[in-house]
Design a protein around this ligand. Structure first.
Ligand code: SF4
Length: 391
């Protein structure tokens, strides 16, 4: 059973976009504004169904993502928030994020969101280069980035996160570092900087597969990663996660729930959730989702109870991406540092130039941060070979 004393996050997926970006594999649909109210009604039913099914935990973060949640009116999001308060209780919420796209969140809407209690805005700027924005399929321009940021400040958002992408075909280290400096000039509290990955099923993947497009090489990707840490670090942003940078105290609490393998309830088409024992994922199909919920059914496409090995692997994968590192005892409650060294001696030797072990935690060094995923994969292989589990 989920633990009632644990804090948990609340995620709501709004699967609507004006246009699909070429690289995006998040579930979203276009041209469905006729369905906004129907989705809002269905989400209320889903939250009641999940609350009645026993999902609990003290909710301290809410994240409305997508898709493009800022396409909804404050009236519609307000209805959702009231229902969420009735279903799970929002009195302990400290961080309430909504995602918005530049150019798609006018000032009156941002004011409305702020009045609903949303206290953090995540802005998908991605780039300040018009040609790169076009390449990515973004429908905004660099001026929209600046205008929407200013409007968000004007609406009272004092906690803003900016999303940026590097490793884009045609992008140089000069334009990337120029984008970083532009964003630093805006002084957001949080910056997410992700290397562009080619996800199956996207137009970008198709272009690469057909040989119409080449991705930048690993060396340039690594140079951009290093430049990002140097430039943002010098400006006072700590890399508290491999791709996420924050002013002290402005780390995204909601995402930390995911990365620390803590519970969160996910609502909406394609949303995932975790109650501390079981993961579930909803139908990634708006119409199927609506039909199921309207028939009174929980709209899951699948679920699994995490095995001890899966749990351990997730802790390795996420823990090594965090600046705080992997807590050795999270692998196994009675595991001492000596036992850990013995179990993973081969990996610790192999990656000795990339890792440090102190205070009961394993962390990547500055050199090792870019290799966090490869290192975690190696540790997981060792665990699987040894048949080791945590409980
Ligand atoms: S706006 Fe965001 S969710 Fe929508 S297609 Fe683009 S990247 Fe994906």
């Amino acid at each position: 059973m989920p633990q009632t004393t644990t804090t948990s996050g609340q995620y709501i997926h709004i699967p609507f976009c004006i246009a699909k970006c070429s690289y995006c594999d998040f579930y979203s649909v276009t041209d469905r504004s006729d369905t906004f109210d129907r989705l809002v009604a269905a989400l209320q039913v889903e939250m009641e169904l999940r609350a009645a099914a026993g999902f609990s935990g003290l909710v301290d973060t809410v994240y409305i993502g997508g898709g493009t949640p800022s396409l909804l009116e404050p009236r519609q999001l307000g209805t959702l928030i009231d229902a969420l308060d009735r279903a799970v209780g929002l009195e302990a919420v400290r961080e309430f994020t909504v995602e918005a796209n530049p150019g798609e969140a006018p000032p009156d809407k941002l004011h409305g969101f702020r009045q609903l209690g949303m206290n953090r805005l995540s802005l998908g700027m991605q780039s300040f280069q018009p040609d790169l924005l076009r390449f990515l399929g973004r429908i905004h321009n660099p001026e929209d980035n600046l205008r929407t940021f200013e409007a968000a400040r004007g609406a009272g958002f004092d906690n803003i996160s900016v999303d940026l992408i590097y490793n884009i075909p045609g992008q140089s280290i000069q334009t990337w570092t120029a984008d970083l400096r532009t964003v630093i000039g805006l002084a957001p509290e949080h910056i997410s900087a992700y290397s562009l990955t080619v996800e199956k099923g996207t137009p970008l993947h198709q272009a690469v597969e057909q040989g119409d497009l080449s991705m930048p090489g690993d060396d340039l990707d690594a140079d951009m990663f290093a430049a990002t840490r140097d430039i943002l670090g010098a400006a006072g942003y700590r890399p508290y996660e491999t791709s996420n940078f924050a002013r002290p105290g402005r780390e995204c609490r909601h995402n930390l729930h995911y990365w620390r393998i803590e519970p969160y309830m996910g609502l909406g088409p394609s949303a995932h959730g975790f109650d501390g024992q079981r993961r579930y994922w909803n139908m990634a199909d708006l119409d199927k989702y609506l039909d199921l919920v309207e028939a009174g059914a929980i709209p899951e496409a699948g679920s699994e109870r995490l095995t001890p090995e899966q749990r351990q692997n997730e802790r390795l994968a996420f823990g090594l991406r965090l600046e705080e590192g992997l807590k050795i005892r999270s692998i196994q409650p009675d595991m001492t540092t000596e036992m850990f060294i013995e179990r993973y001696s081969r990996q610790l030797r192999k990656w000795s130039h990339c890792l440090e072990l102190s205070g009961g935690r394993l962390r990547t060094t500055a050199n090792g941060a870019i290799l966090a995923d490869a290192i975690a994969a190696d540790f997981m292989t060792e665990s699987a070979a040894a048949g080791q589990t945590d409980d």
